[in-house]
Ligand binder design. Structure first.
Ligand code: FAD
Length: 370
């Protein structure tokens, strides 16, 4: 095979956007993907009941990066979906993140935008130092809301209690002092109108890009001649786990089709109240895709420690191990590690898109071959 300028491992968001950037500047690109489909964790598809599902959990695009939104808008139109999540507590559904509506319905109160500030001040548990996720939640919401919305959900999600997790530095744990039930507050939000797989297919549709599915880097790494390697798989796997395995949290998805138009009132319902229900949430893609069909498919998410590496686990020892791998990677001259598994970081789709554009700009490049 002729030498390519860029060999890209992984046809998820990170790999696809980097591939397009390089191809657009005239470089030759080969994308290899071990799955028999593109899209990575964002992959969506029609199931055998002809319902368009987010195969690997709810994916809602949201960003404040205007350049990312404009860039992706060259490849897709968007529907106008605004994401809403409810928590199921005692069989009743409450808006999440916690806001004035949540508290008023949960405790039968009459709070408004002024009184809620004193209310939060009254319930929060003051801490001299905040060192883990539990401290962070207790010092924001106090004990009862912690128990109802976070304690068991966190344990199910991570297999760890909140006091075993480092601080949530992206801080998703924030009180809302308004009536906004929408999950995200970003300026740009929506779902690609024909889905994520179609969006990524359009991004990858370039004469300078070749794609090889069902191809694992490990099995072909000595057969392909390239100038630069962009690796979006697990960094520890690249190095044959020589420093140890980086822990990831995975999810087992169970799909059910129901003979009704909708199963639940919003796209995501969290089951937060106890550990007896083992799934964390139920996702109903139709709310997001806006597909019109008389039946619906729901997806129950059961977090597990085995399986596809979805979430880096936020613990100090894991970040320390990742830092050692990162050091090792810096000795490689022509390899860039990009994306969620390669950088051991929970990134949203807009962030990986932003990074791929940015890193392509900064990447060392040989003179174009043709
Ligand atoms: C359940 C869940 C819900 C999410 N919801 C949202 C959301 O609502 N909004 C949002 O913005 N983000 C969300 N995200 C994050 C989003 O999925 C990521 O930002 C995005 O998928 C990262 O893309 P990536 O290309 O870095 O990684 P991936 O999507 O994991 O892509 C990596 C690709 O590389 C391939 N690969 C790995 N190793 C090899 C190898 N050795 N050889 C060949 N191919 C290989 C993999 O098969 C995969 O296709 C969610 C993530 C999860 C897990």
């Amino acid at each position: 095979m002729a030498k390519v300028d860029f060999l890209i491992v992984g046809a998820g968001f990170s790999g696809a956007v980097f591939a397009e950037q390089a191809a657009n500047k005239g470089y030759s690109v080969l994308v290899i993907e071990k799955n028999n489909f593109i899209g990575g964790a964002c992959h969506d598809c029609y199931n055998s009941d002809n319902v368009l599902i987010h195969k690997f959990g709810a994916h809602i695009f949201h960003t404040n990066h205007e350049n990312v939104w404009n860039y992706l808008s060259h490849f897709t139109q968007w529907n106008n979906y605004k994401h809403q999540v409810k928590a199921n507590i005692g069989g009743k559904l409450y808006p999440f993140p916690i806001n004035i509506n949540t508290l008023n319905s949960l405790y039968n109160l009459n709070l408004n935008e002024e009184t809620i500030i004193q209310y939060f001040d009254k319930i929060r548990i003051k801490k001299d130092s905040v060192t883990n996720t539990e401290d962070q939640i207790l010092s924001t919401f106090g004990e009862d809301l912690y128990n109802k919305f976070y304690k068991f959900y966190t344990k199910k999600q991570w297999g760890l209690w909140a006091n075993e997790l480092t601080l949530d530095l992206n801080s998703r744990i924030k009180e809302r002092t308004n009536y906004n039930d929408n999950f995200f507050t970003d300026k740009y939000q929506g779902i690609p109108s024909k889905g994520y797989t179609e969006l990524l297919r359009n991004i990858l549709n370039h004469k300078n890009i070749k794609i090889q599915l069902e191809t694992d880097f490990q099995s072909i790494k000595n057969q392909i001649n390239y100038n630069y390697l962009i690796y979006t798989g697990r960094i520890d796997e690249y190095f044959n786990y020589q420093l140890g395995k980086l822990p990831f949290r995975s999810i087992k998805f169970e799909y059910e089709t129901h003979n009704k138009e909708f199963y639940q009132p919003v796209a995501v319902v969290n089951y937060t109240q106890n550990l007896e229900i083992e799934y964390t949430r139920i996702v109903e893609s139709k709310h997001m895709t806006l597909q019109k069909t008389p039946i619906t498919t729901i997806i129950k998410e059961f977090p597990t420690s085995d399986g596809y590496p979805y979430y880096p686990i936020p613990q100090k020892a894991n970040y320390e191990l990742y830092t050692k791998y990162k050091k090792l990677s810096e000795s490689l001259k022509n390899v860039i590690f990009l994306g969620r598994s390669a950088e051991y970081k929970y990134y949203n789709m807009d962030e990986v898109c932003f990074n791929s554009i940015d890193i392509f700009k900064k990447a060392p490049k040989n003179k174009k071959q043709n």
